[in-house]
Write a protein that binds this ligand. Structure first.
Ligand code: FES
Length: 386
């Protein structure tokens, strides 16, 4: 028995193609001729092609056009609503029961809904346009190896122009304008959303800018107490030295008497991203190394360190009393509580800032000042003021 490989016939031998014209001949052709030539050269066999609206200007066609445009108009209006909500809706925190609370709680749903609707309507508009105006076409194309030649590449442009003509996009001014408006508004919204957070000046307030100071900074000479979070912002639980056992840690927050009736200030003290502090009571007789200039930041065995990791800002909540290590669970940086919370393992490179504390006449632990340096991860302009 003999075997032989069955080679497919060389491209073009089944349906002989006309001679390939030169580039200058192609340049003299009309768009239709070039598009037809492109199909032939690509071995595309158009089996069926029927325009959706062979008679232009019918009422049904205009209805279809309006239906498509309507989706783009919805998208544009939603995009504008998103922009307006993003820029002007009251977004700042309002406590439950306070005037404006409902508006504040609606900020995220409104921004999400208008943005989602803008994207959805834009997508539906594109799909509706394709369904209603693209011609019904069935084409079969043979596969080719390698890159196309010069003539093929020249004719591709004509094919695209022809496709534009077939889909009648050039004369659908209503759809073009509506789609352009929708895409423009959406693009503008996305651009503003991306840039807006950068517009706020982080250094507003000079030396009292938010990056330099925390909720522990004394205001008008008022005492700043250490308080616990009991779950109820109104229940103020202050901390006394005898409350804590040796070798233990407790998270504390700032409290001023002036804030007692001010719910917003009470919540801000407990929820501020830079206010949590670990109050650690070391076991007795621990060898402690003080940081230069911080020698009187502690009170007896009590040391208070910022809970915000200096690596990337996670809460460093795990205190291991036998080794005196504070562990950040995010990337496992370990800080040594007996050596001014300097990092001894992991990616963190700076000690946790230490809060200066003492005990006042009433026997409560209080802060004697703010941190000597910014808390949390580093930033370009960061400075240290011992
Ligand atoms: S954030 Fe703490 S180790 Fe990375």
């Amino acid at each position: 028995m003999t075997t032989s490989h069955q080679h497919p016939p060389a491209l073009g031998t089944e349906n002989p193609q006309p001679p390939v014209p030169t580039a200058s001949e192609v340049e003299d052709m009309s768009v239709e001729e070039r598009a037809r030539l492109a199909g032939i050269l690509d071995d595309v066999d158009v089996v069926h092609n029927q325009r959706k609206w062979p008679i232009p200007g019918t009422r049904a066609e205009k209805r279809a056009e309006r239906a498509v445009a309507l989706w783009f108009v919805i998208s544009a209006v939603s995009g504008l609503a998103f922009l307006a909500a993003f820029l002007f809706w009251p977004y700042e925190y309002v406590a439950p029961g306070e005037p404006g609370y409902t508006l504040y709680t609606l900020y995220t749903p409104i921004v999400g809904f208008t943005f989602g609707l803008a994207v959805l309507a834009l997508g539906i508009g594109v799909i509706a346009y394709i369904k209603k105006f693209f011609p019904d076409e069935v084409s079969v194309q043979q596969r080719h190896d390698g890159a196309s030649d010069d003539v093929a590449r020249l004719t591709v442009t004509a094919q695209l122009v022809k496709a534009g003509q077939d889909t009648s996009i050039a004369r659908r001014k209503l759809i073009i304008r509506a789609a352009g408006g929708a895409a423009g508004v959406l693009g503008l919204g996305l651009g503003i959303a991306a840039v807006a957070p950068l517009v706020r000046n982080p250094w507003k307030g000079g030396d009292n800018a938010a990056l330099w100071v925390t909720g522990w900074k004394p205001v008008n000479g008022e005492t700043v107490y250490l308080r616990r979070d009991t779950g109820d912002p109104h229940e103020v639980s202050l901390v006394r030295p005898e409350d804590q056992a040796p070798g233990s840690m407790e998270t504390v927050f700032p409290f001023r008497e002036a804030d007692r009736e001010d719910e917003e200030a009470l919540i801000a003290g407990l929820r501020g991203s830079d206010t949590p502090v670990m109050l650690i009571r070391l076991r007795p007789d621990q060898q402690v190394v003080q940081r230069a200039g911080h020698e009187n930041f502690h009170y007896g065995d009590y040391y208070a360190y910022s809970k915000i990791c200096t690596h990337l800002g996670c809460p460093t909540s795990l205190y291991e009393s036998q080794t005196n290590r504070i562990l950040c669970p995010c990337h496992q940086t370990q800080f040594l509580a007996t050596e001014y919370a300097r990092p001894v393992f992991g990616p963190g490179t700076r000690p946790l800032p230490q809060l200066p504390i003492t005990v006042n006449d009433e026997g409560y632990l209080v802060a004697t000042g703010d941190f000597a340096e910014p808390v949390g991860p580093a930033f370009w302009e960061r400075r240290y003021n011992p």
